[in-house]
Design a protein around this ligand. Structure first.
Ligand code: GLU
Length: 449
């Protein structure tokens, strides 16, 4: 049956309010949903739609799932160190309110936009649902170049951004966390600003805080450790041995550096690494302790003795068994996917593979462990931090890591099992498991009023 505005009922995601007719006559109007437009939203929504197509979802439920439920855009002044006032734009997008409060990081980057936050918030919903966490997804950030702001300017920006989004955040509403260019320092300012507004300390208002403020043991290494736990088990299920695998990692920050250290400790050979300034390659394996010492002294990887220099993107194409993009979005594209020389891609970054590249990798039989599973150790430990803050009782790093490991491996098992049963990619299976869970929550809560 076709609706009056021409869309098929199964695919329809909006009310049939006659938009098609309105748009035909009013050229200056933008199509509903275009407020989320961004390259990343196109990727996230395509992944969602193709998984939703495979699930036999009630169209009445599906119509409620894709678009973010709530978004706040703020423009706010910040005093620079020289006395000038500058206006910054920030966002907070809450993707689904169906399952408890929302959860997701805050990033400072020049490319931050409403559409980028919307895509990342949708992925957070998928991640939380896949891991069985009692959260919907959220994401926020400020459009800025954090490398050009002094610590004092970053503090004023963080505090003002926190008070701008104050009306929609809180321990039972939306709990921020670190993301690109934010960490413990920013979370401490965030927690302090939130606490000043309500008049008492509220550690559970944010995760990724310093331990002394109610942070959890093991949060900083959590995302990297989660990558390693899932990879270890996956490799075993594939009948490989982790020891001796050649691994290339793009990114040597909070995630990439932890992954490199943990994998080399388990006997894997790290043949390539890259950071923002460029990459290094050593086909016989890098000494990761020596690399850490070099970076501590020289800030960047470049110039590391005995390794061949490569571009940041060049490391994606070196011969290896396991390729781990652990930096930015959209790194593996239709352009370079045909040249990858690995057997397995593990997405430690959010959204590193475009859908076209994904199809090329599937055709080339290169399996991809998707971001929503591979890097979910971070948000899982954030959940454990929030739980500890609420109960005012804290676990040690081992306890935290073991609880996280259990949750990540359970999700991995569900994904691999569904992928086998249905003959779909791991990404598709991960999306399907997650969508089923939050679709069920939306269905049971029904529509108010
Ligand atoms: N920013 C991280 C992510 O993309 C963590 C979010 C959180 O801990 O809430 O998963």
């Amino acid at each position: 049956m076709m609706r009056p505005n021409g869309s098929e009922p199964g695919r329809e995601r909006r009310g049939s309010g006659g938009w098609a007719d309105v748009l035909a006559h009013e050229q200056h109007l933008v199509a509903p949903g275009s407020e989320w437009r961004s390259a990343l939203w196109a990727v996230a929504s395509e992944q969602f739609n193709s998984a939703a197509d495979r699930l036999d979802l009630d169209p009445q439920v599906r119509v409620r799932l894709l678009d973010p439920r709530r978004a706040l855009t703020v423009n706010f002044p910040v005093r620079r160190d020289n006395g000038d006032i500058e206006i910054f734009t920030g966002y907070r997008v809450q993707h689904t309110l169906a399952i408890g409060p929302t959860k997701g990081g805050i990033r400072y980057a020049p490319g931050v936009s409403l559409g980028e936050c919307a895509a990342l918030a949708l992925w957070m919903t998928i991640k939380c649902a896949l891991l069985g966490l009692p959260f919907g997804g959220a994401k926020g950030g400020v459009r800025c170049d954090p490398t050009r702001l002094s610590p004092a300017e970053l503090e004023r920006l963080t505090r003002r951004y926190t008070s701008e989004i104050f009306p929609i955040i809180g321990p039972d509403r939306d709990i921020p966390a670190p993301d690109m260019a934010t960490g413990e320092r920013e979370m401490a300012w965030f927690m302090d600003t939130y606490s000043q507004q309500v008049g008492h300390g509220v550690p559970e208002s944010v995760t990724g805080k310093p331990v002394v403020l109610g942070g959890t043991a093991g949060r900083q290494a959590a995302t990297g450790l989660g990558v390693v736990f899932s990879l270890e088990t996956l490799v075993e299920r594939l009948g490989w041995r982790l020891a001796g695998q050649r691994v290339a990692i793009q990114g040597f920050g909070n995630v990439g550096a932890v992954v490199a250290g943990e994998l080399s400790r388990r006997g894997a050979s790290i043949v390539a690494l890259a950071d923002v300034a460029g990459g290094i390659v050593a086909p016989n394996g890098l000494d990761i302790d020596a690399v850490h010492a070099w970076v501590a002294e020289h800030r960047f990887l470049r110039g590391f003795p005995g390794a061949e220099p490569k571009t940041q993107n060049g490391v994606l194409e070196v011969p290896c068994d396991i390729l781990i993009p652990a930096a930015l979005e959209a790194q593996i594209t239709a352009e370079n996917a045909p040249r990858l020389q690995c057997r397995l891609v593990v997405e430690a970054a959010n959204g590193p593979t475009t859908p076209e590249a994904d199809r090329i990798l599937t055709d080339r039989r290169i399996n991809v462990l998707p971001d929503v599973l591979a890097n979910a150790g971070g948000v899982t430990v954030s959940y454990l931090e929030w739980v500890q803050d609420q109960q005012k009782y804290f676990w040690d790093a081992d306890e935290v890591a073991q609880r996280m490991r259990g949750q990540v491996l359970e999700a991995l098992d569900r994904v691999l099992t569904l992928a086998d049963e249905r003959g779909v990619t791991w990404r598709m299976a991960a999306q399907m498991v997650a969508i089923q869970r939050f679709a069920e929550a939306a269905r049971l809560r029904a529509v108010y009023p």
